[in-house]
Design a protein. Structure first.
Length: 573
């Protein structure tokens, strides 16, 4: 049943500057040609922003998902206005020069959403997202504009099936390493490749897409439960329709994005990232969303959340289960309930109109489920990542802790000026147990674009090389695991000390001390950056504007300063 349009309310519609008055006759003429009529000009105009593309399973079904969103908007008394923006799929571009476009696309998507909505003065926004960067980009755009809006995630892919076990894209990347080591032949590799991705949906583990989908639900920017429903589940359309209804309600109530994006809600999101064993990319994205909202929520806040919330979800890449298993076990509501009952999370509003506590109380835990444990019996007795500092990372770096129990690592540096050289060394069997692989000039400016190192970490895993560490000023995929340190800041291209490390230098990483240091007098050295063609186009603009990874690698002017505990750490030691 349709609701009445908003008319003559205390909160006039933003779109009135386009649709009302004699001076706007030309604008209305264009809108009439697009199918709007007299009644529509007094209704909320809702942007339905879609990241649909046929290039990737993560987003290929989102065109179909838009129709129930539109239906929900109409039922609630609004008028849906469609826009499309881009997606760059990490999985396809991984290990190629195209991967440099991935993080850059986050800024382009956020910019394009802002321009479409502000350019037409629309009243509300539903962002339909899928692959990794589309999710934080949507939240960043809403934070920046502070208009009524929400984010709907297209959902996880289902498990592939091979050799009588569930597999995901993570298994394909690891199979590449096994193939390179001669442990898997061409037919075996093709069999894994052909089985891993059975249809629509984003990568199936608690990789970046599912991590950020959970984070936005905990933040209150996605309606609780909507993001959990898998892409091909018959209930997904109903969730899309609900989102269409809700955005019109947000306009009616005057509830804009920054009502939901607060320091407390960002902290709740970081708690869920840690408790679920989620992607380290969330640190980059949560700090970027905060920067867009003008909030001083940084990497130390993420670390605090991680210290508070041990891993209670047994999810890949370090665990046994996939995102659709979490949905069946009780979903994000169950994780939220655990966090609230343990006194770790705090109550915040959500776009559903109900509080986080109210939503969590509706959690239905499936009898006998093994995916979500309790904090008295965690999967790992510490959080899923930590922020560390030292000679190599004065502004901080992020170490992944899920999937291993190593507390300290020391070994000789094996230095590579770029991902490809490191991957070739791994595939050639030139990396030894005990080595510390250093991959630099892959940061936000140096890439440009801060590529993920999944190709390298998966190859190591596939070859059975386990006792190694890897540090980089680039990023790691949510599917990466092992003793890995990313987001090293300042990056090599910005004069960071990671540029001064030599082959053979002894590198020490101490999780408990939150330190990463090198036995070398770096002050006596000078960097010799690799010769690379200068970036052009969007890549050049990004390299010129982007901030440190410690500030979320955003391109907006004057983001909050990077947090740092380097001095505090040294005083404490």
């Amino acid at each position: 049943m349709s609701k009445n349009p908003i008319q003559n309310s205390e909160r006039p519609l933003r779109s009135a500057v386009v649709t009302r008055g004699a001076n706007r006759a030309a604008a209305r003429s264009y809108l009439r040609a697009a199918g709007l009529g007299d009644d529509d000009f007094s209704r909320p105009l809702i942007a339905v922003v879609n990241t649909w593309s046929s290039v990737t399973p993560c987003n290929m079904h989102l065109g179909d998902l838009a129709e129930p969103v539109r239906r929900g908007v109409r039922e609630a008394g609004g008028v849906p206005i469609d826009f499309n923006t881009i997606v760059v799929t990490d999985g396809i571009s991984m290990g190629t020069p195209g991967m440099k476009a991935s993080l850059i696309s986050r800024e382009v998507i956020a910019d394009s959403i802002e321009l479409a909505v502000q350019g037409h003065q629309l009243d509300g926004v539903v962002c339909i997202v899928g692959c990794d960067k589309t999710i934080p980009a949507a939240a960043m755009a809403l934070a920046r504009m502070d208009v009524p809006g929400l984010v709907l995630y297209g959902g996880t892919i289902m498990a592939g099936r091979h050799a009588d076990k569930d597999i995901s894209i993570q298994d394909v990347f690891e199979a590449i390493g096994a193939h390179g080591a001669g442990a898997l032949d061409d037919d075996g590799l093709k069999a894994v490749e052909s089985a891993a991705c059975p249809g629509a949906g984003a990568c199936g583990g608690q990789f970046t897409a599912n991590t950020m989908a959970m984070a936005l639900s905990m933040m209150g920017l996605s309606p609780m439960g909507a993001n959990d429903v898998p892409a091909v589940h018959p209930g997904k359309a109903a969730e899309a329709e609900r989102c269409g209804n809700l955005v019109v309600d947000l306009v009616r109530q005057g509830h804009t994005a920054r009502r939901f994006i607060t320091h407390r809600s960002l902290y709740n999101a970081a708690l869920a990232v840690s408790a679920s064993g989620g992607s380290t990319n969330a640190v980059l994205h949560l700090t970027a969303i905060a920067a867009e909202a003008g909030l001083s929520f940084g990497i130390e806040d993420c670390n605090d959340a991680c210290e508070a919330a041990p891993v209670i979800c047994d999810l890949k890449p370090g665990g046994r289960f996939l995102a659709h298993d979490l949905f069946a076990a009780g979903g994000t509501r169950l994780v939220a309930k655990r966090l609230l009952e343990a006194g770790k999370a705090s109550d915040t509003p959500t776009v559903s109109g109900r509080s986080l506590t109210d939503e969590a109380e509706e959690a239905i835990e499936t009898a006998g489920q093994q995916v979500v444990r309790t904090f008295t019996s965690p999967v790992i007795p510490r959080g899923s990542f930590a922020v560390i500092y030292g000679d190599i990372a004065p502004e901080g770096a992020v170490i992944k802790l899920a999937g291993h129990d190593i507390e300290r690592f020391e070994g000789p540096a094996r230095v590579f000026d770029g991902e490809q050289a490191a991957f070739e060394a791994v595939q050639a069997g030139a990396i030894s147990e005990g080595d510390v692989i250093v991959i630099r000039y892959e940061g936000p400016k140096g890439g440009p674009g801060m590529r993920e190192m999944l190709q390298v970490t998966a190859a190591l895993k596939g070859r059975g090389v386990q006792n190694v560490a890897l540090i980089t000023d680039g990023r790691f995929s949510g599917a990466s695991y092992g003793f890995v340190v990313g987001h090293v800041a300042p990056e090599a291209a910005a004069g960071g000390p990671i540029a001064l490390i030599h082959d053979g230098d002894r590198v020490r990483i101490d999780v408990r001390a939150r330190s990463i240091d090198v036995d070398a007098d770096l002050s006596t050295r000078r960097a010799q950056p690799p010769q690379k063609p200068p970036p052009v186009g969007a890549f050049a603009k990004y390299a010129a504007l982007v901030t440190s990874s410690a500030q979320g690698a955003v391109t907006i002017p004057n983001p909050p300063p990077a947090q740092s505990r380097a001095a505090t750490q040294r005083e404490a030691s």
